[in-house]
Design a protein around this ligand. Structure first.
Ligand code: ACO
Length: 429
């Protein structure tokens, strides 16, 4: 069986054999299809990249129909059960699980890059007390670029490694400072004796006590949530990271752009919207009425439901649901869970959702846990951005090292005016 696709152009009667590799054809191979010599050639039109692979990748595999997610080949269920977040971050970035020595070195290097420049604190002081934490995070990430001009050295492997330590190390510190700023509380410096998530909780919640006592159940639950959010192949923010990075911008500003993409309510901002939606519904008995409104288009979308890739239960949502029970044993049950479970039950039986293959996604249950752990709703997307840092950086580095990649620059189908002559002001209608 030849590995090619025959395309017949009925305008000219010509036939073309387009090579197939990995079940894909190269869009550039369409360019030879022309009606005349001065014709630009055929392009494919694919708004929102519904059926276009923008890269080849070895990082994350998703089978959306079967509900499968794997990092570097390892099923999400196994890494969520057996690894720490930093171990997974190493795996996502390096391609292999670390040995004990590699992990110790990795954790040490990240831990020793958690401090941020004192001037960054002053920079953050400039935000209003009610500034959205994602707005603060995005701006502060971009501001960090001015402190590390060496990060422009993107072709240098050692320099990239250093920026990776800095970004993974510093993002929890920025997130915690944003939270403390909102409350008018003094910033808490990182504690190098604590784990990645333990230190984050300490920077958030430590008050006058000399050492913050981390609750091991909450520390582990947060670590699991971080593992689930580490990477998700070519989503909107990963695509932004690659796109900005392709212009050879430094990783700090590239990541500021990726975080901005995550901020949107259709992407990482959905977890915040889920909580607002659950509160608005208010009680279990109001769920059928709410579902009716969603279906009629009056009630907006059912936030935390649906996914571009998953047409089955998001495997991360399952793990989060289980983690929720463990968290509630410590924090007490979040009453919003009952509304969420009822929403899920009714939606999964309803023809509208069944027909469109709409299932709970990662954001449906994560906010309920975050709320139980004491995080304010506005901070939820920041809790997504912290662990996604490893994924963004892995995608960025893979893009830089891929000889197929160049500056990202899509084409357009121009439907505007043809050439026309300038009209003087007094003659305009
Ligand atoms: N509630 C109600 N209807 C929905 C929902 C939803 N959450 N999601 C999709 N639909 C409907 C659409 O109205 C559309 O119906 P139609 O065919 O009758 O017009 C159909 O399902 C297909 O939806 P699209 O918008 O074409 O699907 P797309 O792949 O573009 O969107 C998205 C995916 C953005 C995630 C969408 O499902 C959505 O808006 N969900 C709610 C927001 C959300 O939870 N986002 C988080 C995603 S996970 C993440 O980024 C971490």
């Amino acid at each position: 069986m030849p590995d090619n696709l025959t395309i017949k152009d009925n305008r000219t009667g010509k036939e073309y054999a387009i090579p197939i590799t990995n079940d894909t054809i190269r869009a550039m191979d369409l360019r030879q299809i022309k009606v005349s010599d001065d014709d630009f050639g055929m392009m494919s039109y694919d708004p929102a990249f519904m059926n276009t692979a923008s890269c080849q990748s070895k990082i994350t595999f998703i089978d959306g129909d079967k509900g499968i997610l794997r990092y570097r080949g390892y099923p999400i269920e196994q890494v969520a059960e057996k690894c720490t977040y930093l171990e997974v971050a190493y795996l996502v970035l390096h391609g292999e699980l670390p040995t004990k020595t590699q992990l110790d070195e990795w954790v040490h290097n990240i831990t020793y890059h958690t401090m941020i420049h004192e001037n960054i604190k002053k920079f953050m002081d400039g935000f209003n007390h009610d500034a959205h934490p994602m707005g603060m995070l995005v701006s502060t990430l971009a501001a960090l670029s001015t402190y590390y001009p060496d990060s422009k050295n993107i072709q240098d492997a050692e320099s990239r490694k250093l920026q990776i330590y800095r970004l993974i190390g510093k993002i929890p510190t920025i997130a915690a400072y944003a939270y403390r700023h909102t409350l008018g509380l003094p910033y808490v410096y990182p504690d190098n004796e604590l784990s990645y998530t333990g230190n984050f909780l300490s920077m958030l919640y430590k008050m006058a006590e000399p050492k913050y006592k981390v609750n091991p159940v909450l520390e582990r639950a947060l670590d699991v949530l971080f593992i689930l959010h580490a990477d998700h192949e070519q989503n909107c923010s990963a695509n932004t990271m690659r796109s900005i990075g392709s212009s050879q911008a430094d990783p700090f500003v590239s990541m500021a752009g990726a975080a901005a993409a995550l901020y949107g309510p259709l992407h990482g901002g959905a977890n915040e919207q889920v909580l607002r939606m659950l509160r608005e519904i208010g009680s279990k008995d109001k769920v059928p009425e709410f579902i009716k409104k969603v279906k009629s288009g009056e009630g907006g979308r059912l936030m935390g439901f649906g996914h571009r890739i998953y047409k089955n239960y998001d495997p991360r949502a399952k793990i989060i649901k289980d983690t929720a029970e463990k968290v509630f044993e410590v924090t007490g049950r979040n009453p919003l869970l009952d509304i969420a479970v009822e929403l899920e039950r009714i939606a999964l039986e309803d023809e509208y959702f069944v027909k469109r293959k709409l299932y709970p996604n990662v954001d449906f249950y994560s906010g309920i846990i975050y709320e139980a752990m004491g995080f304010p709703t506005a901070a939820f997307t920041v809790l997504f951005a912290i662990p996604r840092t490893s994924g963004w950086l892995a995608q960025w580095q893979e893009m830089l090292l891929d000889p197929d990649q160049k500056i990202a620059r899509p084409r357009q189908v121009f439907l505007g005016y043809d050439k026309r002559d300038f009209v003087a002001m007094e003659k305009r209608k």
